[in-house]
Write a protein that binds this ligand. Structure first.
Ligand code: PEP
Ligand code: MN
Length: 359
């Protein structure tokens, strides 16, 4: 997966806009007309729609390919659609669709991905892979490997968030760390954010898009519809072309570095401070573990249980209070203490087990 220079044909960031679903030729042409082509270089529309429940609108099907083609011919934008099996892949190639994406519900299935990869063998079209619905980095990367294995060179990833049982403020929880880990493992694969499916509403789109730029993503895919409330799918999250433009104008792009000398000196200095602080945090943690081990030995001698719920509660409460006065969030303190406590308990358990071995 070395090449992937395809992203460089676009001025950064790449913006993909267009409706969740193609509904009619008129709907497609109106959206394409209204979308600002200075910003949006790729027009998306789903024609085969994977829906959670049956008896919903499942896409217009292959007829929509004609409408996509018309958008390309009349407005000069590249066109994109979701493919979910080998037949979709073949049809999309026949109609010269420029960007094909594999949806979140397909990425989870290695058979589906393999079948699509084989149908697209050696294509020079751009193929994007949405993250699987479940938070599984290997499955996401595996899908790209299957495509790469079939000689497909123009690859990219779309981060659309991960599904959860209990609904949070997001439709699909972004779990940014997974996408950042993806970027670390496959730095040559362009990463596009899909704020529409992360948010599931219009209100959160700007913040999620800005967050993606803060993490230096290569582009955005945002669902756009002339009459969002009446859209046949994903009505709550679609925005008008005018609103899309407002968002794009207000977003700030980040660069990976700045050669400016003041920035360089400033960042070097601050990073040095971080390194020193990290090292002293680790020293302190090591000291804490030593004390925890001494407690373990004492408990062993007196045959006292490792886990003391009352004591643990007290530690948590004290830390949350202290953390609040230091500007540290309760959630962070909670995670930090859990990690420390788990390690202490594990080490104390080892001490106890050793006692049993001696018997
Ligand atoms: C879509 O892009 O309209 C779509 C169905 O997305 P996802 O695969 O992310 O659910
Ligand atoms: Mn959608």
């Amino acid at each position: 997966m070395e090449n992937n220079n395809w992203i460089n044909q676009f001025e950064k960031p790449l913006i993909i806009g267009g409706p969740c679903s193609a509904e009619s030729e008129k709907q497609m042409m109106t959206i394409a007309e209204e979308i600002d082509k200075d910003y949006v270089k790729v027009f998306r529309a789903g024609i085969w729609k994977p829906r959670t429940k049956p008896n919903c609108f499942e896409g217009v099907g292959a007829i929509g390919l004609n409408w996509l083609k018309k958008v390309k011919d009349e407005y000069g934008m590249m066109i994109a659609t979701e493919i979910a099996n080998a037949n979709h892949a073949k049809l999309a190639l026949e109609y010269d669709v420029d960007v094909l994406w594999i949806g979140a519900r397909s990425t989870v299935n290695p058979f589906t991905v393999q079948e699509i990869a084989e149908a697209l063998r050696d294509t020079d079209k751009i193929v994007l892979v949405k993250n699987p619905v479940n938070p599984d980095l290997d499955l996401w990367i595996g899908a790209l490997e299957r495509l790469s294995g079939q000689g497909i060179k123009n690859l990219g990833a779309i981060h659309r968030g991960f599904s959860t049982y209990k609904k949070t403020k997001y439709r699909n929880n972004p779990q940014w760390q997974i996408a950042l880990d993806f970027k670390n493992k496959l730095p040559n694969i362009p990463m596009i954010c899909d704020p529409s499916h992360i948010c599931g509403n219009r209100e959160g789109l700007f913040d999620v898009s800005q967050q993606a730029f803060n993490f230096e993503y290569d582009g955005l895919m945002i669902e756009t519809h002339c009459n969002p409330d009446e859209a046949w799918s994903d009505a709550a999250q679609q925005i008008t072309p005018a609103r899309l433009k407002e968002i794009l104008v207000d977003l700030e792009l980040r660069q990976s570095d700045d050669p400016d000398a003041i920035y360089k000196t400033g960042i070097d200095n601050l990073r040095h401070q971080i390194d020193e602080l990290d090292s002293s945090i680790l020293d302190t943690i090591a000291q804490r573990m030593k004390v925890a081990n001494a407690i373990g030995n004492l408990k062993k001698e007196h045959n006292v249980a490792v886990f003391q719920p009352e004591r643990w509660k007290q530690i948590q409460e004290n830390a949350v209070k202290a953390g609040a006065s230091l500007g540290l969030s309760e959630d962070f303190i909670d995670k930090l203490l859990q990690a420390l406590h788990q390690e202490s308990v594990a080490q104390q358990n080892n001490i106890m087990i050793k006692k049993e071995e001696k018997i």
